[in-house]
Ligand binder design. Structure first.
Ligand SMILES: *Cc1c(COP(=O)(O)O)cnc(C)c1O
Length: 393
């Protein structure tokens, strides 16, 4: 019988032939400054655990207590019997942290985007979306059936142009990543808010890489720009700086209520576990108590990025702890990553189709968990491999 999946075998071979294949590494340690990845102990410059909270003792205690008291799973969807008082407390606290009236939790940031966009936008509507927005925003826009109008990355003139050229829609929305995770640059939110207000458009920002990083004590990009109350829909994730799992919407009560009624990812899919909710609540409380970890993250960022630039690496346009080391060619990028790995340094190669061809890079993620000694070992490995491969002089 003919193999009906031979196209997959060919597809995988094709990816490998073009250096576009990315293996999935296996981790056998907790997330932390040093991790065991594929049985190698490496300095972790490759996770989104910005504040080192993924293995935080206090948060683990809270998760364990919730697990002991409430069990391993919620047993039903959030609209059924799956909403515990821990979920409610988390949502109340994250709303307060973000300066919003209300919040609603989801299983992930990805699910939050799919659910929220499709709750507000339908086939008669138009969405103005940055061309470099996260995959989950793009998929949410597609799924909504709305007209999907892309504008050039962070280009406000182009945004104004496409809004002017788009006619005959019922409702409109501007949606953007807050921090763009491939380059570490940020959206010009003050301009976006102004444009949205001028055209009576819904404004939506996904702050996945901004919260825990930017703003007062990590309150995120909206706080950073002093725009609290002026973004209609704010999406976040608990899986990055907060170190746990889950996503959320922070917005006015009326808008949150709408998603509890119309959001398909809320209605038809079970929420996070009580343990996840308890750890998430604890992570937000931790940042409300102290900005110390956020400050440490930034001092590590200045130190590491400064050293890479001094060595002559191209770190692009980052203004956040996301540190692209742009190498260009896919093969070179894979080789650089694997030589760093041999030296005990874990970085993430980012290649086409995640970024444009010829724009491949290693992504270094800084964390408050890193000591100076570990960062110095990372920097000298970059220097050694960079010289050997002719990337720096
Ligand atoms: C990581 C990320 C997400 C997805 O968050 P998860 O909680 O991992 O699903 C969504 N949006 C942006 C901008 C992200 O960087």
């Amino acid at each position: 019988m003919a193999d009906k999946f031979s196209w997959i075998t060919e597809g995988i071979e094709e990816l490998k032939a073009h250096n576009l294949y990315s293996a999935v590494p296996t981790v056998t340690s907790p997330s932390g400054a040093v991790m065991t990845i594929n049985d190698h102990e490496v300095i972790n410059l490759c996770s989104n655990d910005y504040l080192g909270l993924a293995n935080h003792e206090g948060l683990k205690r809270k998760a364990i207590a919730a697990l002991e008291e409430r069990g391993v799973g919620p047993g039903a969807t959030r609209r059924g019997t799956g909403t515990s008082d821990i979920h409610v407390a988390f949502e109340k606290t994250i709303a307060e942290f973000k300066g919003a009236e209300a919040a609603l939790g989801f299983q992930s940031g990805f699910m939050a985007n799919l659910t929220v966009i499709t709750s507000f936008m339908g086939k008669d509507d138009a969405i103005f979306s940055d061309e470099l927005n996260h995959a989950s925003i793009i998929d949410g826009c597609r799924l909504s059936g709305a007209r999907n109008v892309r504008y050039k990355h962070n280009d406000m003139e182009d945004l104004r142009r496409v809004i002017g050229e788009t006619q005959g829609y019922r409702r409109g929305m501007i949606v953007t990543d807050g921090v763009f995770s491939m380059d570490g640059d940020i959206a010009p939110l003050p301009d976006i808010v102004e444009i949205a207000e001028a055209h009576n458009l819904i404004s939506m920002v996904d702050d996945a890489h901004g919260e825990g990083v930017l703003g007062r004590s990590g309150r995120g990009l909206v706080d950073h720009f002093d725009l609290i109350g002026r973004i209609d829909l704010e999406i976040g994730t608990m899986s990055k700086a907060f170190g746990v799992m889950g996503g959320y919407l922070a917005a006015d009560k009326r808008l949150v209520e709408w998603v509890t009624q119309r959001g398909r990812g809320f209605t038809f899919s079970t929420g996070i576990t009580p343990a996840d909710a308890a750890a998430s609540l604890g992570a937000v409380e931790l940042l409300m108590e102290s900005g110390e970890l956020v400050e440490k993250l930034w001092s590590n960022t200045r130190y590491f990025q400064g050293a890479l630039k001094d060595l002559g690496f191209n770190t692009g346009r980052t203004v956040t702890p996301i540190t692209p080391v742009i190498l260009g060619e896919e093969g070179l990028t894979h080789q650089f990553a694997s030589e760093l790995m041999t030296l005990g340094i874990g970085t993430l190669p980012i290649i086409y189709p995640v970024v444009a061809k010829g724009q491949s890079r290693l992504r270094v993620m800084l964390s408050a968990a890193l000591s100076n000694e570990l960062m110095n070992r990372g920097i000298s490995a970059f220097e050694q491999v960079g010289r050997r491969l002719g990337v720096i002089g």
